[in-house]
Ligand binder design. Sequence first.
Ligand code: SPQ
Length: 737
Amino acid sequence: MSNLVERVLIIGLGLIGGSLAKALREQGCCGTVVGYDRDRDEMLAGLQLGVIDQVAENLAAEVEQANLIVLAVPVKATEEVLSQIKPYLSIETVLTDVGSTKGNVVEAARRVFGEIPDTFVPGHPIAGSEKSGVAAANSQLFNGYKVIITPLPESSASATRIVEQMWLQTGAIVLDMGVARHDEVLAATSHLPHILAFSLVDTLAKEEEKLDIFRYAAGGFRDFTRIAASDPTMWRDVCLANKEPLLKQLDSFTQGLAQLREAIEQGDSEMMLGTFTRAKAAREHFSRILSGTAYLDNMNTSNVVFRAQPGGSVTGTIRVPGDKSISHRSIMLGSLAEGVTEVTGFLEGEDALATLQAFRDMGVVIEGPHQGEVRIHGVGLHGLQAPPGPLYVGNSGTTIRLLSGLLAAQSFDTELSGDESLSKRPMERVAKPLRLMGAEIETGEGGRPPLKIKGGQSLQGIHYDMPMASAQVKSCLMLAGLYAEGTTSVTEPAPTRDHTERMLTGFGYSVGVDESTVSVQSGGKLTATNIDVPADISSATFFLVAAAITPDSDLTLEHVGINPTRVGVLNILRLMGADLELLNEREVGGEPVADIRIRYAPLKGIRVPEDQVPLAIDEFPALFVAACCAEGETVITGAEELRVKESDRIQVMVDGLKAVGADIEGTPDGAIIRGGQLTGGEVFAHGDHRIAMSFSIAALRSSGEIKINDCANVATSFPTFVDLANEVGLTIHKGEA
Ligand code: SPQ
């Protein structure tokens, strides 16, 4: 490989300059690495330690010869050094710096050069250590860490590329940002925490019993104050250089601290709990983003792959996680209730967590989730507060559609957005009837997210004949109806899940149900209650089908919700000949529950009754697999709604099942499937959790491995799927492509 440049000059051999020199030297990508430092001893030490190839005895001559110059001096010294090197700088020499503030570096360059050279590309590595000096130089210092480069309008593309390539050679992740944005972000994430650490240690050190305080200081103190051992001169310079953004951050922090002080003084435990739970949740979310495991990151960057091995049988007794639909609603209604609602069995999947986060963002104090337990400190129907920014709901259709009804009736404006898959799903189905109620709501291009909802509208009750069977549309209108003048009623063309109706009743809110019409009136209140979330029948379905298609299987699924509006899958499997038994039927918090035992029995193809379709709508991807393993033909009709779920579930299943050897044809509203032998192969889940899990169980009856791409979103509804599947006899390896 040819060198990036023939000669690089690093001015300033401190920790950053020294580490960069050492890394570039080790990579052998920059010809000769020359080092200069005002302190001659440091320079010589750099040579002796192998940090640099040569020392710059004559700075002017080295500047003339260098192709790339990196200023690694304290930010305050930038102007002086630039003035010093300016007379010798060739118009072709690329110039960059490592200063932790950028606005002042650019100003200094303007003062020195007048017109900024197109070879100047400022940069800032976000890496460091409290150690300093060339002796601490570490060639791995930037490996895996971020470097922000802030190309200026004047910077040429070729100079920008060289600076970017130089950092990439050190193993850094290079990001591009504007100068002002860089300084704001760094004030919040780096400069403020350093000021806090310095200030805390200094304050405690002034106390009379300081020795005792420090002697007994535990891990928390050590973690929090580690950065107070950083270079004081450097941090003085940073504060001077980034004064305005830092003051802004300090003011908002001081305000937050004052509020917390007041809460402590007043014994306001709600306020304290609110602050601490929000901070804990945010910290955990950021950690997941930082380690690349948050849904945000997974969706965009990593291809989680399942490799499901052929064969096996399914046995044992398991409980799948809590029902997703009920978990969402428990947070929503618990937040709107008066008093504290305790939830057990809550699904800790990304979708329900997105709902939880949205309510935290609107000021609701929510403790947990911890092993499925959540405590919601309800704020009442009129207690939600404006969120600090747009509400991001990830992959969750239920969150965006139900929230749109609730938010249309609030006094504040909101914006709802989601991930790539959600951004393709139709939202006019909720926006249209909400507008009829008087809501002001704007959808994005093609009637899709984001949704912009104007607050302060007074809603009127309406009667709405739903054109499609959708529990989300029905629930959205019922939530808006809690605030609308008069009665809001919805008639559905076929029964859909009725968890909202049941749960509202459980919270003491009166709901009218007259055959296929539900109605609510405003003016009531919700009273906190306890909710035990049953296991999700939609998640249980993967194991029901797994056992139904696999000889020698005998599996019991405990505590599964068997709400009559959700049991289509049981009815359809029974019609196909499955050996299913409901045990220990009971009612838990207004929802019927049972243990389901299923044993292998040969399945036969059927014409799926259309009245069962809405009752099994989320279970069709798995039922497609069951049909592939049944004898004869299965015909599915009236299921066009499958085309607007997290993916076009008809097309994606048809494509995938064909790829693994199935005999299947798609139709506009369903599919025709003829049972036979599956061969295995490679399929794509298109970010749809239910598709990923369905192909995982198909491997039980295929002759070869099924490789399933794009499975990250299994975490939205069933984060423990692979572990549970492997526990009952499947063999699924999870990895990244
Ligand atoms: O929340 P989301 O993404 O819409 O989830 C799905 C699923 O497969 O998990 C749909 F893709 O379930 C919906 C379901 O299809 C959850 C739901 C509810 O909780 O009210 C209702 C159904 O959707 P719809 O469109 O029929 O109202």
